[in-house]
Ligand binder design. Sequence first.
Ligand code: GLC
Length: 584
Amino acid sequence: MREDAIGTAGSAAPDCSRDAWWTSAVVYQVYVRSFADSNADGVGDLPGLLAHLDYLGDLGVDVIWLSPVYRSPQKDNGYDVSDYQDVDPLFGSLEQLDELIHAIHSRGMRLIMDLVVNHTSDEHPWFIESRDRTAKADWYFWRDARPGAAPGAPGSEPNNWGSAFSGPAWEWSPARGQYYLHLFSVGQPDLNWDNPEVREAVFEMMGWWLDRGVDGFRLDVINFISKDPALPDGPVTPTGFGDGMPYFSYGPQIHAYLAEMKHRVFASRPGSYLTVGEMPGVTPEQARHFTDRRRGQLAMVLQFDHVALDHAGDKWTERAITVRDLRDTLARWQDALGEEGWNSLYWSNHDQPRVVSRFGNDRYYWRQSATALATVLHLQRGTPFIYQGEELGMTNVPFAAIGSFRDVETLNYYQDATGRLGQHAAVVLRILRRKSRDNARTPMQWSGEPGAGFTDGEPWIPINPNHRWINATSQTADPDSIYGYYRSLIALRHSDPIVVHGAFAVLDIEPPSLYAFSRQLGEQRLDIYANLSDTPAPVGVVEPELGLDDIVLGNYVSGARREGLLQPWEARVYRRRWPAPMPG
Ligand code: GLC
């Protein structure tokens, strides 16, 4: 185990006790660009969000996670920041953000910012100074070409790592006469966290936001900030590039840097802040270490195991998964973080395809599968995250052609796959319709009108044509809608401490299409049964004292329920005394 030099001693902020406010909270992610457009320029903005806060309040949301709204050239939709202390005019102004924070707080909700500090934009003044060697010369990873290789020529890169967005992870800078490292796009150079000045600048900026009133951060790819200083070649993958993950996904200083962040940014302030670390490739054991309440490095992590299950190798290849795969993966995280750590719970975000299309059946069991999946997620132990539109059952998008996509990862992959890798364009398009991040990024479907109630202008990305029947207007009025069901799930969490604190255990019963588990606290127990398939599931071993009267929540109307049988995608939550009273 790596040494957490600073982390175990001293103050415990962020507050990672089991009673921390965020253990009973529900987080809602707003991807501002696609949420609500107030000025008809086709792009969502802060006033648009402000106008919809009551919608989020009515749903029961406790925390809003705001995707990046900082100044940015928008090469990766704001995950390429050129000024951390200002709002991009595309989204509004700093004054409007202050107003938003105030309005959120006055409704009893909180706001966390997306903090993107593994890398900056290549237009950030730090990078420009570094490139020109006027200052900050080693704030980024600058390296010469491989010895003996021609600088700038393919294959001359300092190591063999591939970027997450296709191509090599190095870009030649003629201005500096060296390569720089970019784990993501060319426009996102990696910051060198081994330089104490970099850490200091980041910590100061974080404090500036906390002092402005934000309640914490979602920390973008935060486990990538410490790299093995030797930057060794990685094992070559089918893309032809090396996999650098072994050298940066859990680097030698990661715990030391997060511990330092805790002390420099959080411990010296009075608040109780939420910190959510996005950590691709993190294992349950590592996550426990990050979220262990005695260390308090992070409140929770966003892990990737369950959303990588349907990848065969990389994200562009598809593998069929079973309910058992999903159950075992989710349950492994429940067990591993147990009493010491804390889980985040999510199906969707701006990087994932829509869950009802991915793990559900958006064609024949749209409402049932969206609500069944929500049931199993929200009733596990941890803090649930909802991605905008998930609560309406928004689906993947029938993108007409490559010209309808906007995402840099998607477009780079298309170019690489149809060019260098020689794949047929129609085949690649089919993959993108299932896998592209743009599936999550089309506008929020507020209404069935043209513009979907999102914009009066030309939307920056096409609107899903199914907004005519999948939209907030039709669902908020209907208690039996997907939105209504999300509301009930959130209300159950807020009213019943079992949902927050109850111990989790898998109920290992047949058939394999069931995900069944219990949550127990004191003498109360919730049993959750969900049939995650299109086929009715006989539930032979539901114990006899559990009857239809004990159901506290279910996604089929009571008249459609059958004893001992779960309908396709049916989910039920039973409440019972435990241990069960003796018969008679
Ligand atoms: C994270 C973000 C993703 C972004 C990447 C680079 O994974 O969620 O949207 O492209 O980091 O910042």
